[in-house]
Structure formats: C-alpha cells, structure tokens
Design a binder for this molecule. Structure first.
Ligand code: SF4
Length: 106
C-alpha cells in the first residue's frame, strides 16, 4: 500500500494522501473485524459449558473462601464469576478442576 502511494504519480499529493488514508482505514477495519472474530472463536475454545460453569460457581458460592460482595476468592484473589468460565482454571484448594475441551471438526 505504501509502495503504491510512493510510486503513484497520478493526482495531487492531497488526493494521494486521502486515497492512502482511505485504504489504510479500510484495511484497519478489516483487521479489527478479523481480530474480533478470532477472539470470539478463541473464547469459545477455552470456555466451559454453561452447566459446568454453573456447577463450579455454585461450589464457590458455598465455600468459606468466597467473598459474596466482590465474587472473589480469598485463596487465589480471582473474580470467580469470570474464572469459573475458563477451562484451564482450577480451584486453588482442589474443590473443582480443569476441564478438557475436545475440539470439534468444522
Ligand atoms: S476457587 Fe475454590 S477456594 Fe476459591 S472460592 Fe471457589 S471453591 Fe473456594
């Protein structure tokens, strides 16, 4: 893109800069959209099922290490409302463990 800008001899410098900025904005938007799709896909791959998450969270809610007000654990300091979604997460005192998620063929 920069090479075509430098080598272009058509239009005024203002036109060339505007064209370059429009192409840059378009490409930036495309990359941002792709990054959002990749992030959503990655999240799906590391997230446990809603049932597994509910089971983990209910264990935390009855645990003496759970702080209801902040939804944090006094042992690990994590926000359990979020941590319980992550497949690689585990309770620091062994009340619930990691979940292995098998990838499905697309
Ligand atoms: S992660 Fe474990 S120790 Fe922490 S609140 Fe949940 S069950 Fe309790």
């Amino acid at each position: 893109m920069i090479k075509s800008f430098i080598n272009s001899d058509t239009g005024t410098i203002k036109d060339r800069i505007m064209s370059f900025l429009q192409k840059l904005a378009k490409r930036t938007k495309e990359l941002a959209e792709q990054a959002a799709k990749d992030a959503a896909s990655a999240y799906d791959e590391i997230k446990v099922s809603d049932e597994q998450r509910a089971e983990r969270y209910s264990i935390c809610q009855t645990c003496p290490n759970f702080v209801q007000l902040t939804t944090t654990c006094t042992k690990c300091g994590c926000f359990m409302a979020a941590k319980t979604y992550l497949s690689s997460a585990e309770c620091p005192v062994g009340k619930w463990g990691k979940v292995i998620i098998l990838k499905q063929e697309k």
